[in-house]
Design a protein around this ligand. Structure first.
Ligand code: HEM
Length: 511
């Protein structure tokens, strides 16, 4: 009975098929129910979390219309703080951003809960394209830990706090003196001099060499870095809506990437030059340190070329503009308050009146000058809102939950003007830094370099530069507003990350 045989076999196969289909269906129903229950559980359990309040967020674009392209975002954040409190939430698409104000709350976030906000939001489109999750500024996790360690050791080994770097900064200051002398009392904008002098200090640490101020390669590098610094901010729409990178006719994202490629070529040329002259017994600079680590077979920690390039750019981006801009503010406050400039000068004369160069050991005696520098950093607050962090572990602050991956900005300027921690915070007063014993006092709400695990890595270097430049320029010149010109305002503008003073000229009258 072959026919029946076949049909029986078919029947058997059909049964298997039906049973398999039933199994698949059961699995699907079971899976869907599980997901449904899980979703309901998540919704229910998250109903109890209290997110921070904030201004109305539009569908899809969220708060982008209120924030994109805003000049002085720190002022907008302060207006919202007055309405919503110390923790204010914004959103763009599905991303959440929180701005934290006031010293007490900032401290709680950056120090007490610092381990929960140790990431940077490196998923932002342009930032991710540029920084490639490498280097130290925008990396996270193991890469960040390794690169932070490598960078700190290298900065220490190549002179931060050491005599050799001190001499290099003094030398750079004297080159600036030669150039100021050439002005012969004519008005000039100190911006370029200061930018080149400070960048040359980073060049010394990274490449082991300085550049002539007229070197075209150096000037091109500075132009590229300046472009990147001014444009690679967080509040660029492409960071949140990558499709806009193709839509916007002026293609700002592509320009930044092209610009970054040019800097990359420069650094790679320097790495090649170093490779040709490399001597493992003589580590000359940051790049040599990288080559050494690469060649050392016993070294467990490996640095990639991508990382070394990125850290180099990180050091330029984080270290040149910030310090050079601080020095421009220092000069502006001198010309705005001639009597304070005179007190700084007298303070230096008491210690180094014989015309010698001021060095780092003089710092303890130059208390008024140090108080003045701190006061400039306080009132100006070069980075009024700190570079963003990202929540890596959900936590609560002031009763509000900050969910994982929320972007966090700390409003440093609000801490610097917090009336609970400063007497007359609006007043520019270097004397607030001098204690009854005549020594420099510390103020805990002073945090121009951020705080916690990701605090600035260049604080000591910056102070070295600010102090040595200020203390060695002032004995040589009295800085003044050019005759007949209006005294520049102290208002300033936040462009990108930093507070920029308005363009101004000075005259330097030899003492
Ligand atoms: C007046 C000058 C400077 C100011 C006001 C400043 C300010 C800051 C601030 C506010 C942060 C963020 C900290 C945080 O997230 O909590 C930062 C980070 C950083 N700064 Fe500075 N900085 C200055 C100079 C420098 C210099 C000279 C260097 C390098 C030589 C440097 C290297 C860095 C690096 C690498 C980071 C990232 C650290 C990390 O993410 O682990 N900075 N800086």
């Amino acid at each position: 009975m072959p026919v029946l045989d076949i049909s029986l076999k078919n029947f058997h196969l059909d049964m298997i098929d039906i049973r398999q289909q039933a199994n698949v269906r059961t699995a699907l129903v079971f899976g869907a129910s599980f997901l449904g229950i899980y979703w309901a559980y998540r919704q229910f359990s998250r109903r109890h979390i209290k997110l921070p309040p904030g201004p109305y967020a539009f569908p899809i674009v969220g708060n982008m219309p209120q924030l994109a392209g805003v000049v002085d975002p720190w002022k907008v954040f302060l207006r919202h703080r007055a309405k919503y409190g110390d923790v204010v939430m914004y959103s763009v698409g599905s991303l959440k951003m929180v701005v934290v104000c006031g010293y007490k709350t900032i401290r709680e976030v950056l120090i007490d809960k610092g381990h929960c906000v140790s990431n940077r939001p490196n998923w932002l489109y342009i930032i991710d394209k540029l920084f490639n999750r490498s280097g130290v500024f925008w990396s996270n996790g193991e890469t960040w830990k390794n690169m932070r360690r490598f960078t700190l050791v290298t900065l220490r080994d190549f002179g931060v706090g050491k005599k050799s770097l001190e001499e290099r900064i003094q030398e750079e200051c004297m080159i600036m003196v030669e150039q100021i002398d050439k002005k012969k009392g004519q008005a000039f904008d100190p911006k370029q001099f200061l930018a080149k002098a400070v960048s040359n200090i980073i060049c010394t640490i990274v490449f082991g060499t300085r550049f002539d101020h007229n070197d075209p390669e150096f000037n091109l590098l500075l132009d590229h870095l300046d472009f990147l610094f001014k444009n690679a901010g967080v509040a660029v729409p492409e960071n949140f809506f990558p499709f806009m990178a193709k839509l916007r006719s002026n293609k700002p994202a592509q320009k930044m990437i092209d610009n970054d490629t040019e800097i990359q070529k420069f650094v790679l040329r320097k790495i090649e030059e170093h490779r040709r002259s490399f001597d493992p017994t003589l580590t000359r600079d940051f790049i040599d340190m990288y080559l050494k680590v690469c060649q050392d077979e016993t070294e467990t920690f490996k640095v990639s070329e991508k990382d070394v390039f990125r850290v180099t750019v990180d050091l330029f981006l984080a270290g040149s503009e910030t310090t050079a801009t601080s020095l421009r503010w220092v000069m502006l406050y001198w010309i705005r308050y001639p009597e304070i400039q005179e007190r700084c000068y007298q303070n230096i004369m008491e210690v180094a009146g014989d015309g010698r160069l001021v060095n780092l050991t003089d710092k303890v005696d130059l208390v008024y000058l140090m108080g003045f520098l701190n006061e400039v950093l306080r009132v100006v607050c070069i980075a009024p809102t700190s570079p963003p962090r990202a929540v890596n572990e959900e936590f609560k602050v002031n009763g509000y939950t900050l969910e994982k991956d929320t972007m966090v900005l700390c409003h440093i300027k609000s801490a610097h003007f917090d009336p609970d921690y400063w007497d007359n915070p609006e007043e520019f007063n270097p004397d607030r830094w001098i204690g009854p014993d005549g020594k420099l006092v510390k103020h805990r709400a002073f945090m121009p370099f951020g705080a916690g695990v990701r605090a600035c890595m260049g604080e000591s270097l910056s102070y070295m530069e600010l102090f040595l430049f200020a203390a060695n320029l002032l004995p040589r010149y009295q800085f003044k507003v050019p005759d007949g010109r209006k005294t520049p305002s102290l208002e300033g503008k936040q462009t990108g990350v930093t507070m920029q003073p308005e363009q101004y000229d000075v005259i330097a009258v030899p003492r």
